[in-house]
Design a protein around this ligand. Sequence first.
Ligand code: FAD
Length: 417
Amino acid sequence: MSSTQSREIVIIGGGIIGCTTAYYLSCHPSSTSAKIILIEASEHGPAQGASGKAGGLVAKWAYPRELVDISFSEHVKLAQEHNGKDRWGWRFVGCGSWEGKGEVSPSEAELGTGVGRGGTKKSLEKTFGLVSDDGVIRDTKVRKSKGLPDDLLWVKDDLTDSYSPMATEGGTAQVHPYQFTTSMFDLAKENGVAYINGRVKSVTQADGKVTGIEYVEPTTNETKTIPASQVILAAGAWSPKIIPQLPISATRAHSITIHPKPSITISPYVLFTEITLPSTNSQRGKIVSPEIYARPDNEVYACGPGDDSLLPETVDDVLVDEAACDSIHKHVASISQELREGTVDKRQACFLPIVSSGGGPIVGEASTIAKGLYIATGHTCWGICNAPGTARAITELVMDGKIKCANLKKLSPSVLL
Ligand SMILES: Cc1cc2nc3c(=O)[nH]c(=O)nc-3n(C[C@H](O)[C@H](O)[C@H](O)COP(=O)(O)OP(=O)(O)OC[C@H]3O[C@@H](n4cnc5c(N)ncnc54)[C@H](O)[C@@H]3O)c2cc1C
C-alpha cells in the first residue's frame, strides 16, 4: 500500500499487545491518513485478561532475545516520556531466586497447591530465559553463596536456605501491568484511535486480501462489520477462535494482591521461590513455587502455577477458584510475617497465550492466510516485557512495509504457522 492511500486499521484485542500497538501506530507519521480502531470483547474495557493480572516483570534476561533487546529500551523510553514512575509504577527492582522452608500455624491444616480446580499443574516457564547472556549471574555456586540482601527484610532469615540474584543491577525492572495497559490505551485514544466494544467473530477477506472484520455488538447482539485494509490480531489466548490455523494454546494461572499493614515498607524485590512446606495432617511436606512481586504503594502481587483448564468464551467468563487463591496466600505467608498479616485484596485468574509448537511469540504478516492480516500473539509469560518491541515491529511492518528495528524472522507466521 502506498503511503498516500488511506488505511483502515483494526486491532483486535485490548490487552497489552493490542493497546501498546494502538499507541505506537498512532505515533507514526502516516497515522494522519489512517483510521485506527481498537476492538475489545470485554464489557469492562481493556486489560481484563492476562495483561491486567500479570506480575509485571520487565527483564533483560527474558526471551526471545531479539524482542527483549528492543522492548527493554522502549520500556525505559516510554517511562521517561510519560512519567511511567507515577503513571504505571515503573522502577528497577532486585530479582532473585529464594529457597527455604515455610512455616505454618497448626490451624492451617490444608495448604493446597495453588493450582485451580479442573486443571493439571503447568509451569509458567519464566526462568527459562536464564541462559548464558551478558549481565546474568549464572554460576550456581557463586549465587548460592550469597545471602539475603540487606534490605530484603520481608522474608524470614531463619527460613532462608539461599538467595541468588538472577541478574545484575539494572537488569530487571517492573511495571504495574493494568496501569501500563490502560495508559497505552488512553494515550492511543488521545492520539485519535477509536474504540469499539464488541466480540470479533471473523476476519473477512476477498481475493486473498483482508477486507474487514465481523463482530457481535454486545447491547443488540447483532453482527456488524467494519471495513479494514489491515487487521492486527492481538486477542491473546483467544486468537485461534478467530484464526483457527494459529498454534496457540491457553494456560490459566491464579494470582492475588496483598496489602501489608500501612506501617510496613516492602522493599522492591521480585522473588522466584522454592518453599518446602512442613508436613501437615493431610499432606506430606512438598515444594511450592509462588512468584512474589513487591510493587510501589506497598502492594504485593503473588501468583501460583499454571493449569490447563478450558478457555471460556470471553475474558469476562474466566472462573476464579477461591481455593487456589487461598493456597497462594498461605504459601507466601509461610515465609513472611508481613504477607501473613496483610490483607488479601484481589483474587483473580487469567489465561496466557502459549505457542503450542514451541518458541514464539508470533509476530508478523500472515500473508498465506490473507494479505493485510498481522499476528501479534503467543507471548507466553513475557508479554508485559515484550509488548513495546512487538508494537514497534508491527507498526513498522504495517506502516512502512518492513520491520526495521530488529530481525524477527524467527517469529514470523511463515515460520511458526
Ligand atoms: C500469572 C501470570 C503472571 C505473568 N507475569 C508476567 C510478567 O511478570 N512479565 C511479563 O512480561 N509477562 C507476564 N505474564 C504474561 C503476560 O501477562 C501475557 O503474555 C500478556 O498479558 C499477553 O497479552 P495479550 O495482549 O496478548 O493478551 P490478553 O491480555 O489476554 O489480551 C487479549 C485481549 O483480547 C480480547 N479478545 C479476545 N477475543 C476477542 C475477540 N474475539 N474480539 C475482541 N477482543 C477479544 C480479550 O478480551 C483480551 O482483553 C504473566 C502471565 C500470567 C498469567
